[in-house]
Design a protein around this ligand. Structure first.
Ligand code: NAD
Ligand code: MG
Length: 381
């Protein structure tokens, strides 16, 4: 089990649930970072006493310093602060719970300090999976997935032996709030409709990604990098109940699955306790109450983001970084109610086509690709 944990994005959905587990396991806290929520960050600092607290802006950091008035907690801000938090020597584990490719540089910084990464921030692997995994191998840093599907696969693979024994990974997908709808009906849904996820309470960006099924596309790419398999070996099945969190099919036909209630605190805790398991605060699964588990193929026509993600995964290079950056920007515009729901796919697909292809991108190429893709989405007439 790890001893001291830093959290990037402590005030968000994953961040708060991580602190629940830290409290439950009695672990220490190294650094906490947040965007702009000074009040919640101040409360978290008073309870968990981190060495370092980081806010996104100088103004927010000054407000936090004033609110805390505590010489034992250093306060920093901006990208530099986030990097300092990721590399803080006291912590042996970093939970990456910020949203978007903003998490990339701090994740690399934590890897270079050989920290265990509890990886929630999937956009990092989507943009720069090859670079991140290569750095993790070079520095011997463990990456333990927090995303529920990837944690399920991680658990199904424990003790599985050789990689060639795996026939395919099967990611389950709730289908989101718009399951069963066609493109025509989808063009009329609102932001409020899209934010009503049937099974999970999460941050706004991932909730919209679940509604477009882009989230599952990002997860196919995340799985490729985490488990070193091509996209064709990562299948997706709609499973409305969110009880089976994902599966692995082996060459002999055996299928392993991990089941549980829909509560992120289980994968979060495992990322901190692995290779041990400990008692957890989550509700137990009552199998008699979840009879009638169903599985079906996703509708790739109504939800073309999933097909687009597969195309980008097959293209490789900077294609996934372009798609991710464009998607972050399109989701932002949708949340600001500047574009409609089906415009998200249209804008992302156009941006992916517009950004020049690079077959073996460096970190700088990826950052540039991200900026170009965002611009292609926001500047579209
Ligand atoms: P969220 O929006 O609830 O939280 C995001 C956190 O990042 C907040 O603490 C926010 O203050 C912080 N932040 C925002 N801007 C920042 C900046 N400029 N600098 C530093 N910090 C900043 O998001 P979430 O739902 O917790 O998701 C976090 C990540 O985990 C995402 O990548 C998401 O895809 C992934 N994930 C989330 C869930 C879930 O259940 N919420 C499940 C699987 C994966
Ligand atoms: Mg997931």
């Amino acid at each position: 089990m790890v001893k001291c944990v830093s959290i990037l994005g402590a005030t968000g959905s994953i961040g708060r649930q991580s602190l629940d587990i830290i409290r439950h396991l009695g672990l220490e806290v190294g650094a906490l970072t947040a965007g702009s929520n000074v009040a919640r960050m101040a409360q978290q600092c008073r309870e968990f006493r981190p060495k370092l607290a980081v806010m996104a802006t100088r103004e927010a950091a000054e407000q936090l310093r004033e609110a805390l008035n505590d010489p034992e907690i250093s306060v920093a801000w901006g990208e530099e602060g986030l990097l300092e938090a990721a590399a803080l020597p006291e912590a042996d584990c970093v939970i990456t719970a910020v949203v978007g490719m903003l998490g990339l540089k701090p994740t690399l910084a934590a890897i270079r300090q050989k920290k265990r990464i509890g990886l929630a921030n999937k956009e990092t692997l989507v943009c720069a999976g090859e670079l991140v995994m290569a750095e993790a191998r070079a520095y011997g840093a463990e990456i333990i997935p927090v995303d529920s599907e990837h944690s399920a696969i991680f658990q199904c693979l424990l003790g599985a032996g050789e990689k060639r024994a795996v026939r395919r990974l099967i990611l389950t997908c709730s289908g989101g709030p718009f399951f069963g709808m066609d493109r025509e009906a989808l063009s009329k849904v609102t932001k409020a409709d899209a934010l009503r996820h049937p099974n999970w309470r999460m941050g706004q960006k991932i909730t919209i990604d679940c509604a477009t099924l882009m989230n599952k596309g990002l997860e196919v790419i995340e799985a490729m990098h985490l488990y070193g398999v091509p996209a064709e070996q990562v299948d997706v099945l709609i499973h409305r109940q969110s009880i089976v969190h994902s599966m692995v099919e082996f060459v002999d036909g055996a299928v392993m699955a991990q089941l549980g209630v829909a509560d992120m605190r289980l994968p979060i805790q495992l990322a901190m306790t692995y290779p041990q398991r400990e008692e957890c605060v989550v509700e137990r699964l009552d199998l008699t109450a979840c009879a009638g588990l169903t599985f079906s193929r996703p509708d790739m026509e109504a939800f073309p983001c999933l097909a687009l993600a597969r195309q980008c995964a097959a293209r490789g290079g900077n294609a996934c970084a372009a798609m991710n950056g464009a998607n972050e920007e399109a989701v932002r515009l949708f949340l600001e109610e500047k574009i409609g729901f089906t415009d998200i796919y249209d804008r992302v697909a156009q941006a992916v086509a517009a950004v020049p292809y690079i077959s073996a991108p460096s970190l700088e190429d990826i950052l540039r690709t991200d900026a170009l893709a965002r611009r292609a989405v926001s500047e579209k007439p």
